[in-house]
Design a protein around this ligand. Structure first.
Ligand code: NAD
Length: 390
């Protein structure tokens, strides 16, 4: 169980690029990072509007001279300080991730970057090489995979409790973009423009969460082929999609089905996962993160609750609140930030043995998300054809 006790040598000196007052995701980063005293927010270039960013940063308690106008200023100001930042989170629109991450790594600073990590696998490989050369960690904020019951599903699959995996069924849909974009805010505008979002909208925006979570639960399965059918129900969003269905064939013969949509009118953004094996299945949704449905063929259905002693060690190790008390997205983000801090701490100590078995969403996870997106786009552009996964 996680109880706030420090598990690393010292708190990380932490900075942020983006995630300012008007940003959607910034507070999730701070919720995740600042929970246990694992990180101390000491610097930031929080906003494209430098004045608003400075005002926001000082209100968060950051010293005025460490609230920078741009990420370049942040790097210049922090690089040679004795108490300069150890790690910086990048919570800006997609098209900026690559350039900012690269610049931070070149300056010797660990990075925690938003998803989808970059536009291409090629960019991911450039950054992976740079991070390895510099001996630095790149973490990726797949913020839903810190939920303890996600790790319960993974442990149950690993123990063979479901049997051989046959069916993977996933959904992440909401209706917030069911109308047109006439009065759309900044966050919708950049998400629906290929120059700022990359070559996908909902596949990258929400589909990558589904894909990574399935990799956590089923690390032994690899996608061999996929078929992606995507469309823009609001024509101004084309060539990007606001709705997509992906079928997948895995290397063990399992079949996967996934749909993502931001035009699922009336749906309040739920994720649903169902993993079916030859003996049993598990079902989990982020809208009920404390409960896992376990169905064994021929037996009454069971509902498992987080924090209970009957759960697997991997799930209990990620639990914060304990049974009876509700757990939520903030706890999940805190776990992601903690696991990345432990990776950075191990890098700083030169503890490569620890890193071999330590699990956190890193550069490989970010790369696999981008690889999956590239394959989805290739299939969709070929007329929703089956393609070999490359
Ligand atoms: P947003 O448009 O709401 O906010 C972006 C923020 O970054 C703003 O504060 C803006 O002023 C600032 N910014 C933009 N460019 C900057 C720059 N060059 N330097 C400094 N600040 C800059 O966007 P958002 O919805 O918060 O999304 C940001 C990123 O987070 C995207 O990559 C998105 O995919 C991702 N995201 C992830 C999750 C998740 O669950 N992991 C959730 C939402 C968004």
């Amino acid at each position: 169980m996680i109880n706030g006790e420090r598990t690393i040598q010292r708190p990380m000196r932490w900075g942020m690029v983006g995630g300012g007052r008007t940003g959607q995701v910034g507070y999730k980063h701070r919720t995740g990072a600042l929970r246990d005293g694992t990180y101390q927010l000491v610097a930031g270039a929080f906003d494209l509007d430098a004045e608003r960013g400075r005002d926001f940063g000082t209100n968060l308690g950051v010293a005025e001279d460490r609230c920078y106008a741009t990420y370049q200023d942040l790097i210049a100001g922090e690089k040679d300080r004795e108490d300069g930042v150890d790690v910086v989170s990048v919570a800006t629109p997609n098209f900026t991730h690559f350039e900012i991450t690269k610049a931070l790594l070149e300056a010797g600073i660990h990075v925690i970057c938003e998803k989808p990590l970059f536009f291409t696998v090629e960019e991911c490989e450039v950054v992976a090489k740079l991070a390895a050369e510099k001996n630095l960690i790149v973490g990726v904020t797949y913020g839903f995979t810190g939920h303890p019951l996600v790790h319960q599903m993974a442990a149950m699959v690993a123990k063979g409790m479901l049997g051989d995996i046959r069916i993977v069924d996933m959904q992440y849909t909401h209706g917030f973009n069911a109308g047109d974009d006439t009065d759309a805010g900044e966050a919708v505008k950049w998400r629906t423009n290929p120059a700022t979002a990359g070559n996908t909208f909902v596949l990258g925006d929400i589909g990558t969460h589904l894909y990574y979570l399935s990799e956590v639960v089923l690390p032994h399965l690899k996608v061999e082929k996929l078929l992606c059918d995507r469309t823009a129900f609001i024509p101004s969003r084309a060539p990007l999609e606001d709705h997509a269905t992906v079928l997948m064939h895995y290397d063990n013969g399992a079949r996967g089905r996934l749909w993502v949509s931001s035009v699922d009118a009336g749906n309040m953004g739920s994720q649903k996962y169902r993993f079916v094996g030859s003996k049993a299945s598990v079902t989990w949704s982020d809208s009920r993160p404390d409960q896992l449905i376990y169905q064994v063929q021929g037996e009454p259905e069971q509902i498992m609750h987080h924090g209970m002693p009957y759960l697997e060690d991997e799930s209990l190790a990620a639990d914060r609140m304990g049974a009876l008390h509700t757990e939520g997205l903030g706890d999940s983000w805190s776990n992601i930030y903690l696991w990345i801090a432990q990776a950075i701490d191990a890098k700083m100590r030169g503890d490569e043995e620890f890193l071999k078995t330590h699990h956190y969403p890193g550069i490989e996870a970010g790369t696999e998300g981008v690889r999956w997106l590239e394959n989805c786009v290739r299939s969709a552009d070929a007329g929703a054809a089956w393609i070999d996964f490359e």
